[in-house]
Structure formats: C-alpha cells, structure tokens
Design a protein around this ligand. Structure first.
Ligand SMILES: *Cc1c(COP(=O)(O)O)cnc(C)c1O
Length: 229
C-alpha cells in the first residue's frame, strides 16, 4: 500500500481529485522529473498546463518532444548553477530556485539582453538545513536591497522546500512563517520585488501548504507514482 492509495488509479483521476480539494486560484505544477512523455501527455489532457523540472537537460529533451503543446508553462524548480543561467532563461518562463544574490545578478545580466523578463522566486529556508539550497531569512533580508536592483528580473515571490522529518503541524507552522515572511517583505515596498506568489507544498504536505496560503503547489509522486531511486 502506498502513501497515496486513497487516490484514483489513473493520472487523470488523480488530477481531478486533487483539483476538487485545492482552490482554483492555486496553480498546480506537475513535477515531471523522470516522468515519461506519455504520462506528461496524459497530464496535459487532464488539464495540466504547468510542468516543473529539476534539471535543464532533461527539460530540454522533453520540450523538444512536446513542441505541439503550445500553451504549456515550464518551471525550473531545481538548483541552478550560475553557468547555466542563460540556458535556464531560454527554456523556462518561471525559475523557482533563485538561491543566491550572485545567481540573481547573473541571470539579471542575461535577462537585460533577452526578449522576455523571466519570472523568478527567491528560495528561502525557514529552518536551517545544510542539505538544502536557499537563503536563510536574515541573509535574504540583507540581500533585498541588491535584489531590488535586478530590474530585468520579475521577482514574484518566495519558494520553499521543507525538511523531510516534520510532522503535519510543524509543516503547517513553517508554511505559515513563509507566508508571513512574504508579507513582511511586501511591506518594505521595494519597487522591483513583488511577493504575490508563494511556491510551497509537495505530494506529502501540499494540503498544509494550501492552508497556509500557497499560490503554487509542486506535485510529483502523488500524480505520477514513485520515482526510481
Ligand atoms: C521533486 C520535487 C517536487 C515534487 O516532489 P513530490 O514529493 O514527488 O511531490 C517538488 N519540488 C521540488 C523542488 C522537487 O525537487
């Protein structure tokens, strides 16, 4: 028995069951790392228009095979090395994983010459977690002034990934703190930093994330089944 066995058997059934419990205003990003093209087409047929990928190379290969799906938005959700910033800019409309000032500045340089302004989120970790990328809160607050100068980026909000060992009430609390941090940053009124979007919640914890005010949830296993280890 899997963790998600209460859901229906097909991708399409799972998507419609989840859509029934999550408000329409929350964007459901199907995380498709290691997922087949056939399964991605099923998700598209069931209404998914947002795909999230962790690695640029894997995303490029899939984009080449899904060129006929014209209204898909691609989200980069995995760590981005600065030397791949330009490629990320070309291949993704949204980048959720901006995790250092240096990366933001690098992307900003390329974006200044590009035809579109990438929408980006600032990845933050509310709890210290050496195994995860992202700003700690105090460091992020210090970097805001410089981030505000990255005028070729559309900074739209925050992204977070929780440590794995939290219980549901702890998860809810950390998601609520993330939402509060976004409100706090919004009140600082930076001209080029918006905080309307919060990307948080994965298969195991998305209900708490939605409860705390997530505007984007990133679901993989609950839609497509467990990935190969
Ligand atoms: C893999 C991944 C997800 C999806 O996780 P699931 O547990 O499969 O839902 C979401 N966000 C990020 C950043 C990921 O790497």
């Amino acid at each position: 028995m899997t963790l998600f066995s209460q859901l229906g058997g097909t991708i399409s059934e799972r998507i419609s069951q989840i859509r029934q419990t999550v408000p329409d205003s929350v964007r459901l990003i199907a995380v498709t790392k290691q997922v087949s093209i056939a399964a991605m087409r099923q998700a598209y047929a069931a209404g998914i228009r947002d795909f999230g990928e962790s690695r640029i190379q894997e995303a490029e290969a899939k984009q080449a095979q899904l060129q006929d799906l014209l209204d898909v938005t691609w989200h980069l959700i995995g760590h981005l090395q600065s030397n791949k910033a330009q490629r990320a800019l070309e291949k993704f409309q949204w980048i959720h994983s901006i995790d250092t000032l240096k990366l933001a500045q690098r992307l900003n340089q390329f974006a200044a010459q590009a035809s579109h302004r990438p929408k980006v989120l600032l990845q933050v970790k509310l709890l210290p977690d050496p195994n995860k990328y992202g700003w700690e809160v105090s460091d992020l607050l210090e970097d805001l002034l410089e981030l505000n100068r990255c005028e070729s980026l559309s900074i739209e909000g925050l992204m977070t990934i929780l440590p794995q060992n939290l219980n549901p009430s702890e998860s809810l609390e950390v998601f609520q703190q993330t939402k509060e941090l976004a409100s706090r940053i919004e009140q600082l009124n930076f001209a080029h930093i918006r905080m309307g979007q919060i990307s948080m919640g994965m298969s195991g914890d998305y209900t708490s994330a939605v409860q705390a005010g997530a505007t984007m949830i990133r679901l993989g296993r609950i839609l497509f089944g467990d990935r190969e280890a």
